[in-house]
Design a protein around this ligand. Structure first.
Ligand code: NAD
Length: 423
């Protein structure tokens, strides 16, 4: 148990993270002396966000910004607007950002923020007031050299535009580098929207080659046809794989010859989901998990691969596009069955990598073409995957444990070399 008495006992994301850190400690040798650094956030801010509603009443919302670790650079991590946001969840999400930025060797630490609110219940004007007041309340701990927020669940490019404007107003000049995931004409980066799906494909392609699974002719099942899942699907088909199964919140579809993705995209845009798509047959949702495919890409929600599903999966490779789609006990079953999992902290890190490129471009006020961005993204993703693969081989461990070893070594080495102030 952590000694952080303010952690909400009812929510277990932080405890899950602590368990992951404990699992890695035995691999860290002398650096394990510094591991307590990772078991508490560096800084956690809780803010009251009062706003005037459209009807003239005043409502208070609780907001957070947690900087888990800044040993390797400014904090980096999204802002979540969701009714379940609490300190425990934001702490865990910030810690996972520390791990993700370190696995990719980006010069950032980990942070996360959020407001406990259902954004769908607010008008656009209320959402803007909420965002501007929240930005002001956390304004003294964020900044391009301190901590750089980005979109997450319930937030988007427009909200980042308001955050950038509010922060800039407080500084007296335009500061584009304070947030990433902005609209392109406000200093956002080309390629950001497709970056996570692209990273899923690139890491998947690299690992498939190592386990002698040809992408050409491979059958792929994708859960989630949003930003991440759809881009990964298009790239697999571009490399001559067949996407035979797609599942989203409206149903599960199957076509043994491969689904026509352009037609599916048009259908989803018109109908808000894959359900009812004429170019495939509808199957039971649970049958998705027994699909006769080579690769499964969970790119929708956390907690999808349970022990029961892990026992029946037929795929050889799982690419975690979503955060936390596999339960730890289910992963043990997958390991026993020889099914390889590319873990979220590297598989879906394409988004934060292009966020890093956005920040670099903002700092330099010089913007790259989409081609240059994709080229640099592919290079970093390939290198990260190679590092994780080699670390797994040399420690005889899973790719997830390897990713954590690599990240913790980088963070704790930085901690050790910086020293503890005052000495
Ligand atoms: P999105 O909102 O664009 O798409 C989500 C998809 O999940 C939709 O197709 C939706 O229908 C589907 N879905 C929702 N509920 C479902 C259910 N019960 N069963 C099956 N499918 C369901 O989101 P996204 O940006 O594609 O993100 C997907 C996942 O990837 C999330 O877990 C997110 O946290 C993670 N992720 C996203 C990024 C990014 O850059 N977008 C980066 C890292 C991780």
């Amino acid at each position: 148990m952590s000694d952080l008495s303010y952690v909400n006992e009812h929510s277990d994301a932080w405890q899950t993270y602590l368990a992951q850190i404990d699992r890695v400690a035995p691999y860290l040798e002398h650096l394990a002396d510094y591991i307590d650094t990772l078991k508490r956030p560096k800084r956690a801010l809780i803010v009251d966000v009062p706003i005037v509603m459209d009807d003239g009443s005043i409502q208070h919302f609780e907001g957070y910004r947690v900087q888990h670790n800044l040993s390797r650079g400014p904090g980096k991590g999204g802002v979540r607007y969701h009714p379940n946001v609490d300190l425990n969840e934001v702490m865990a999400l910030s810690a996972w950002m520390t791990i993700k930025t370190a696995v990719l060797n980006l010069p950032f630490g980990g942070a996360k923020g959020g407001i406990r609110v259902d954004p769908r219940k607010l008008s656009t004007r209320e959402l803007e007031r909420l965002t501007r007041r929240y930005t002001t309340e956390i304004g003294h701990i964020i900044g391009p050299q301190k901590d750089i927020p980005a979109p997450d669940v319930g937030t988007n490019a427009n909200i980042m535009g308001w955050m950038m404007d509010t922060y800039s107003t407080s500084q007296g000049h335009t500061v584009t580098g304070v947030v990433t995931g902005k609209p392109v004409h406000l200093g956002g980066s080309l390629g950001r929207v497709k970056a996570t799906g692209r990273g899923v494909f690139v890491t998947g392609r690299e690992v498939a080659a190592k386990i002698n699974l040809p992408i050409e002719g491979a059958k792929v099942a994708i859960q989630g046809f949003g930003n991440v899942g759809s881009e990964a699907a298009f790239l697999f088909v571009g490399s001559k794989a067949k996407v035979t199964h797609v599942q989203d919140h409206t149903g599960t579809i199957f076509n043994a010859d491969g689904i026509d993705l352009e037609a599916l995209r048009d259908h989803v845009n018109a109908n808000q989901g894959v359900g009812g798509f004429a170019g495939a047959q509808s199957i039971a949702d649970e049958d998705f998990w027994t699909a006769e495919v080579d690769i499964i890409v969970p790119a929708a929600l956390e907690g999808q691969i349970t022990v029961e599903r892990a026992q029946k999966l037929k795929a050889k490779l799982i690419l975690e596009g979503a955060n936390g789609p596999t339960y730890p006990k289910a992963e043990d079953v997958l390991v026993e069955r020889g099914i390889v999992v590319v873990p979220d902290v590297v598989c879906n890190a394409g988004g934060v990598t292009v966020s890093y490129f956005e920040w670099v471009q903002d700092m330099a006020s010089y913007f790259w073409s989409e081609e240059e961005i994709n080229e640099r993204l592919d290079k970093l993703m390939v290198q990260a995957m190679e590092d994780v693969w080699n670390t797994a081989n040399s420690n005889a461990c899973t790719l997830r444990t390897a990713a954590y070893i690599l990240a913790c070594e980088r963070i704790l080495k930085a901690r050790k070399e910086r020293g503890i102030f005052p000495g």
